[in-house]
Design a protein around this ligand. Structure first.
Ligand SMILES: *Cc1c(COP(=O)(O)O)cnc(C)c1O
Length: 353
């Protein structure tokens, strides 16, 4: 069997959730959208079910998957609904939904519901992606109350740059949110992972940790208190020597400057490993540091084993995990850990408690 697999450490997930909750105070929705950032939404939610105050997903179908698996905790739809009919499902399954634009209020107003629902009113405090402008917040809040369809309103916003400790944007967003909601009752929720870790003044009633649950610290000065949840690994399946001046792989990007021992690894971009990484991108072979040489192809990639004479066929290769931080690979790929983790596919997943 092909040795490519993703090992998911559910104890690490629980550790990170507890840490988020403790750092923030109050309650925390574990964000498990996008299949729990590629880790498996049902398994991750089940692992957190004993302690999570609730979950957040992007949209209805993601929430229904969790309900079908027997999860009974509150689940928030971060994008809200796309059509009025979805509101009946929201009410039937006791889901919570974000309302972030006018059309969603209209859907709520015209749809009969079996029971009033818990909505999270999203305020655009400066990211300018989703949410009501500060001046619209009170009238929208009144409309939601007047609709008779709403049991509870939580006030929320989302930060554009919480992972940048040096910029003032987050402070400005907090101030705008506070001013817009000063006269309204109800719980508040501002903080994603970056704000949980770096912006104590943004801590309110509910945190919404995502990436930090999976052990990738979004802040530039990683404090190494998070535990990586996913280990993406495979093994060396063949070894060859190439001579000085010989090219390796597609495009001949890597040309050996000396006799080079090349390990062929069963992992490629079809598994979600990024094709764009340059020569020198770190991996670990049998626990020792090594580097990628040559272009990543669909099913395979190549590593330099010249300094690792004991390594050979069957040697374990970690692409990311405890030895190679996913943030380092993301940096090499010119992206963020979020994207790499969400992209993992085709490999076997195995879970440990
Ligand atoms: C995805 C998401 C989060 C989680 O963000 P992280 O940076 O992964 O912690 C929180 N809030 C909202 C609205 C989101 O869409």
């Amino acid at each position: 069997m092909r040795p490519a697999r993703a090992l998911i450490d559910l104890a690490a997930l629980r550790h990170n959730y507890r840490l988020a909750r403790r750092l923030h105070g109050g309650r925390a929705l574990a964000v498990v959208k996008a299949n729990a950032y590629g880790h498996g939404a049902v398994r991750c939610a089940q692992a957190l079910a004993g302690e999570a105050d609730g979950f957040a997903v992007a949209f209805l179908e993601e929430a229904l998957e969790l309900r079908a698996a027997g999860l009974r905790q509150p689940i928030l739809l971060l994008e809200g609904v796309f059509a009025a009919e979805e509101l009946a499902e929201v009410a039937r399954h006791g889901l919570w939904t974000v309302i972030h634009h006018e059309a969603q209020i209209e859907m709520l107003e015209r749809t009969p519901l079996a029971a009033p629902i818990h909505v999270w009113l999203k305020i655009n405090s400066g990211m300018n992606r989703a949410g009501f402008l500060p001046a619209a917040v009170e009238p929208v809040w009144q409309r939601l109350q007047a609709s008779g369809k709403v049991a509870d309103i939580t006030l929320m916003t989302h930060f554009a740059r919480a992972d940048e400790p040096q910029v003032i944007t987050t402070e400005e967003q907090v101030a705008r949110f506070d001013a817009a909601t000063a006269h309204l009752p109800g719980a508040r929720s501002l903080s994603n992972s970056g704000a949980i870790l770096g912006w104590p003044r943004a801590h309110r009633d509910w945190a919404r940790p995502g990436i930090l649950l999976y052990g990738a610290d979004p802040m530039p000065e990683e404090k190494h208190v998070l535990q990586p949840v996913m280990t993406l690994e495979s093994a060396v399946m063949a070894v060859r020597e190439i001579g000085t001046g010989e090219a390796l792989g597609y495009g001949g990007r890597f040309v050996a400057g000396r006799p080079t021992r090349v390990g062929l690894v069963a992992m490629g971009y079809a598994d979600g490993y990024p094709r764009v990484v340059p020569d020198g991108t770190p991996v670990a072979v049998d626990g020792r540091p090594a580097r990628i040489i040559g272009r990543v192809s669909m099913d395979m990639l190549t590593v330099d084993l010249s300094e690792l004479p004991d390594a050979g066929i069957g040697s374990r290769v970690e692409l990311w995990g405890r030895q190679v931080a996913v943030n380092r690979v993301a940096q090499a790929a010119g992206t963020i850990a979020y994207e790499l983790l969400c992209n993992v596919k085709r490999v076997r997943f195995s879970y440990s408690d």
